[in-house]
Design a protein around this ligand. Sequence first.
Ligand code: AKB
Length: 339
Amino acid sequence: MDKKVALVTGANGEVGHLLLDRLASKGYEVIALDIKEIDPAISIFINKSYKTDITDEASIESILKEAKPDIVFHLAAYLSTAAEKDPDLAHHVNVDGTLYLLRSAQRYSFEAKKKIIIVFPSSIAVYGLPDLTTKNSASFVSETQFTTPITIYGITKLHAENLGIYFEKYYKLLNPQQERYIDFRALRFPGLISAMTIPSGGTSDYAPEMIHTLAQGQNYESFVREDTILPFMAMPDAIKALTLIAETPKEKLSQNVYNVSSFSISAAEIAQMVIKVFPETMVGYNPDPARQKIVDSWPANINDTSARRDWGWFPDFDAKKTFENYLIPEVTKKYSGQK
Ligand code: AKB
């Protein structure tokens, strides 16, 4: 049987690094697309790469026609803090880039007469809790609650989710003959923590930054308060969720957009877990008011019962396992000899 072809946009990013590896080991033909040259560390996992801007619609369409993907993992995006620094550009990349991809994919698939699966990582940033009291009293937030984001990143992610649903279900609704070929599947991720890479541009980045900094024997100054609680997920679980939803038969999916959750933890609890292993290090707290406002608007817990029910989602790593079996051993190995 022919190999399935998976195209990954924004392939050089944190998620892309591990996803390419996993797709290759699952037997996919892997095509990587990024605005920059593909990192040599991950180029061993790919069959072909394209250096292209996601907002160059003509290039995206010709790549789709050449690569003929069955699935696109659309990772290319500006994260929350980076997006706040240049909201216009973030809107262009996160919204227009997604629109161009969906439009080109619909055109390519219409010609090829075959469905194309678009897997989209959305985020807890689509939520906007009005204040800390509401955040502290809200229990597990479902997909339909508090979808009033305060950041341009959250707004673009929410809009991109709706664009995906539109292309799958309602594209050119007035034309009764319109054939639609997009199969759109989105996951709302919590903050992701990888042992391999340090993220940049996110607001949940205090967690991975703290871990990587302490593991290098340095002290860390947190830009959020110690009592800040967010949901987080270990990167291997994020990759598991992406591949699992991509491979689930469509008839099992009762919705297009799913929360996926793993564990919730405060900044102080993260510091405690890591300082236990690197006792010569310290964490200080110097909250940045704007970034604090952003994390205070994101839920402490999200409800992922629909993902668990429809496609058997469950995380392999709880907080203890994330730190003890994944992050601590891997970051210790990564930085050994550097202190
Ligand atoms: C960010 O902080 O922007 C991301 C996210 C929560 O989507 N990590």
